[in-house]
Design a protein around this ligand. Structure first.
Ligand code: LLP
Length: 434
């Protein structure tokens, strides 16, 4: 097996027989995990997550910074605990995500930034009660609602306005956010006026500027362009008499789904240069909101081959995972590498790898050359640690997968497999009026 499919340090092949190699996670056999916990199964490597956090810390070591991991990428409590123990704060976007961080304890809450265009009053109140670090406010109306909530609870909310820098980033249209036409942030031209308004409320404390231009961005230039704009705004705001202490740079650094990353450190340091450069002369604390680049390559989705079939020209490999478990290929045409967990000398063949859901959009790979696999064999869908389980649904009444975290050879079930009873628990046949 060529080296580039591996996702070291989490997932690497080792030789187990003359012509057989097996993929394992931190030396724990994935075959064994699949046997023990069933499939589809998400498996994460703690060591891979640690290394990526360290790479960020290293790359930004010259500047004051806090990594506010973006909870939406993978919100499992076991993963959040690991990240919190590594010193990370969190970027949250809902009451549910706030509650997840609250479960880690009050100190974790003080490192939270709250983003999102549609914060509700109960969510804002929960964030105020939790005494989070900063609200990233996305509209004039939200600013008023936040001031009112803070007055009611007699709290002072630290705020940043999320500005829309109108910078374009080459990524999938669904996950590009930094253009005027997108729903995010306030237009740059209106920012100063809103900061002035915010400063007039005694329940709001102007603390920062925030922005996020999109996700899965692999070119550093748009980050640098956005930071130039943000730096200029910070200078202007300071001249206006505000004291801007934080700059929230958002997330968005992409990963290489096709080849894996020989050196993640390198991509993170290129990113750091792009971010830090434009801010050099400003005394700011950087907040970073990486999601995918921390957890993406640290997870795989294991799935068994159920059936092989041929329809005319096409060969299909039907697996037991589906678009409800990992929607990225269907939703963003993402191409996740898919590899057999055991490989011997088999010829590659061109196949579609598809799930059991009743939609043609339920596929993981189309016309892809993969080593020939037999029914019953185990496959690993790589780079599934971000926006995999967090976007999973129960479509077709399929219980969501279990999740396992491997840490230095220790295996922890961090989420049990859902059961069909779990799925039905909130429903009523409901003939009697309630
Ligand atoms: N900060 C904000 C304000 C965001 O909206 C996001 C992601 C992040 C940080 C984290 O971005 P990251 O570092 O993970 O790129 N489901 C899509 C990605 C949606 C991203 C949404 N916002 C996917 O699977 O590609």
């Amino acid at each position: 097996m060529s080296h580039h499919v591996e996702r070291a340090p989490g997932f690497v092949y080792s030789r187990v027989g003359k012509n057989i190699q097996r993929l394992s996670c931190e030396r724990v056999s994935l075959l064994e995990l699949a046997r023990r916990f069933g499939t589809p199964l998400y498996v994460y490597s703690a060591q891979a997550i640690r290394e990526r956090v360290q790479a960020f810390t290293q790359a930004f070591s010259d500047v004051e910074h806090l990594i506010c991991y973006s909870v939406k990428a993978n919100s499992n409590l076991g993963i959040l605990r690991l990240l919190s123990d590594l010193g990370c704060g969190f970027d949250v976007v809902s009451g549910g995500e706030i509650e997840r961080v609250r479960r880690l304890g009050q100190p974790a809450c003080r490192k939270v930034v709250f983003s999102g265009v549609g914060k509700t009053v109960p969510e804002i109140e929960a964030a105020l009660e939790a005494d989070i670090l900063m609200f990233n406010v996305e509209s004039a109306s939200e600013l008023s609602v936040l001031a009112r909530c803070a007055a009611k609870l007699k709290r002072r909310a630290r705020i940043a306005l999320r500005v829309n820098p109108d910078v374009s980033a080459a990524t999938h249209p669904y996950i590009s956010t930094g253009l005027q036409k997108h729903k995010f942030g306030v237009p740059l031209g209106e920012a100063r006026k809103l900061y002035t308004r915010a400063a007039q409320s005694k329940y709001l404390q102007v603390a920062g500027v925030s922005l996020h231009i999109g996700s899965q961005i692999t070119d550093y230039a748009p980050f640098a362009a956005a930071m130039e704009i943000a730096a200029e705004l910070v200078r202007q705001l300071n001249r206006d008499g505000h004291r801007i202490r934080y700059i929230d740079c958002g997330g968005g650094l992409g990963i290489d789904y096709r080849h894996g990353q020989a050196s993640h450190g390198q991509s993170i340091s290129g990113y750091a240069e792009a971010i830090i450069g434009p801010l050099a002369d400003l005394p700011l604390r950087l907040l970073l909101e990486p999601g995918r680049s921390i957890v993406g390559p640290a997870g795989v989705l294991l799935t068994h081959v159920l059936y092989r079939k041929i329809n005319g020209e096409k060969k299909f490999v039907v697996v037991d995972a589906a678009m409800n478990d990992l929607i990225r290929p269907s939703l963003y045409q993402a191409e996740h590498q898919i590899v057999p967990v055991s490989i011997s000398d088999c010829q590659p063949e061109i196949v579609d790898i598809v799930g059991p859901i009743c939609e043609s959009g339920d596929y993981f790979a189309r016309d892809r050359s993969v080593p020939a696999v037999k029914e019953g064999e185990l496959l690993a869908i790589l780079d599934a640690g971000a926006y995999g389980m967090s976007l999973a649904s129960n479509y077709n009444s399929r219980p969501r997968p279990a999740e396992v975290l491997v840490d230095r050879g220790r295996v922890r079930l961090i989420r049990k497999r859902e059961t069909i009873s779990d799925l039905l628990a909130l429903e009523r046949v409901g003939l009697k009026p309630t």
